[in-house]
Design a protein around this ligand. Sequence first.
Ligand code: 4AD
Ligand code: MG
Length: 462
Amino acid sequence: RTEFSQIFADIAAFDGREVTVCGWVRTSRNSKNFGFLELNDGSYFKNAQIVIEQGVLANYDEIAKLNVGSAVCVTGTLVATPQAKQPFEIKAATVEVEGASTPDYPLQKKRHSLEFLREIAHLRPRTNTYSAVFRVRSAAAAAIHEFFQKDGFVYVNTPLITGSDCEGAGEMFRVTTLDLENPPRNEKGEVDYTQDFFGKSANLTVSGQLNAECYALAFSKVYTFGPTFRAENSNTARHAAEFWMIEPEIAFADLADDMDLAQRMIKYVIRSVMERCPEDLKFFNEFVDKGLLERLRFLVDSDFGQVSYTEAVRLLEEHKDEFEYPVYWGCDLQSEHERYLTEKIFQKPVFVTDYPKEIKAFYMRLNDDGKTVAATDLLVPGVGELIGGSQREERYDVLVSRMRECGLNEADYHWYLDLRKYGGAKHAGFGLGFERLIMYITGMGNIRDVIPFPRTVKNAEF
Ligand code: 4AD
Ligand code: MG
């Protein structure tokens, strides 16, 4: 069997040759003696055109009647047709039906709305849009590994079940082994969830960072790439309850090194996807987000912007009438503020740095002003926050006092504190939301459309 990606890569090489291809019927047009099937096998954006003929095919009538969605294998001669709309056709000598489809196949030739397609998540990968999205997602994942591996980073798998809350935002899904019919209770009569995991408290991880830090302080350069979970009740186009995060962590490095790494990585991944998936990106450019390709090309060759939180707030205050939420020093920037900064003021990706410590996590390094921390968020047009990162607090005493301020129990984090006791070193890292990166690269506007089976508020079907 020859895959479509192989044929489209070098049509001339297949010209005049016999090939066998398999795929699903996208369209079928025919008359009594003659017809065309368009097939797609998912390996490439474009369809292959199959010519079927009465008298050549013993089962012509059966094939001509096939419903859209059927799976078939075709053997025949490939003929290049460089002048035609279809760059080649395959004159079928045999067509075998692997599995016919019934007439109620939900994907008919007309254009379906993304909302409708979300309801048939099991079949939507057979459409142009989703097939392109998920090839890009796969290519981007490969490029991410390639970027880090080439640079000597060690890939670390951090646990999904954990007792710590890295972000301290209390957005964790509880994991429990308790008998909820008859749970253990504390003196006040409340369910004692500290007994969750065979006697310890446990939840699904919101970030692998704290574990990655341990490995960075042994391997110098590490990254994670895996699922993370947030039980936040945000029903937006950018939040999912289960999403993938890439978290590099580098030792002997500060915030500037961290931002440099983030910028190099994003550019590498975009360049790589542009090379691997040109047809898919052309499709997004035409049907999803006009100007996408121009933006991506500009992006890989230009520098991202950088602005301190303090300066960003000053810039936003000049436009305060345009916002629903107030903007002032100390506020947690709302997505309308973030988007204004990156889309209107900078018109490119921008790193916002040095946030007030009150709105950031306990592990971020306190700046000399005692008010801000060495943190950065990367904001990008169309998506908003793509990355959250920081230099980590490596000073034992400062870290302990920040943990106390944040109400954390030192005993629970003894291992994390040990890292500062035994050869602690300056280090930094960031977390990049993989789905948001895919939204950015494809121009897709909803996170539900870049996850095969999205887990968002009220949605755990399939
Ligand atoms: O900014 P966050 O919460 O940072 C951390 O978790 C750090 N521990 C990362 C680190 O320094 N190693 O999350 C990082 C990124 C966000 O910028 C966003 O892109 C993505 O993860 N993200 C989400 N993506 C989809 N759905 C959600 N609910 C997300 N929450 C965060
Ligand atoms: Mg964040």
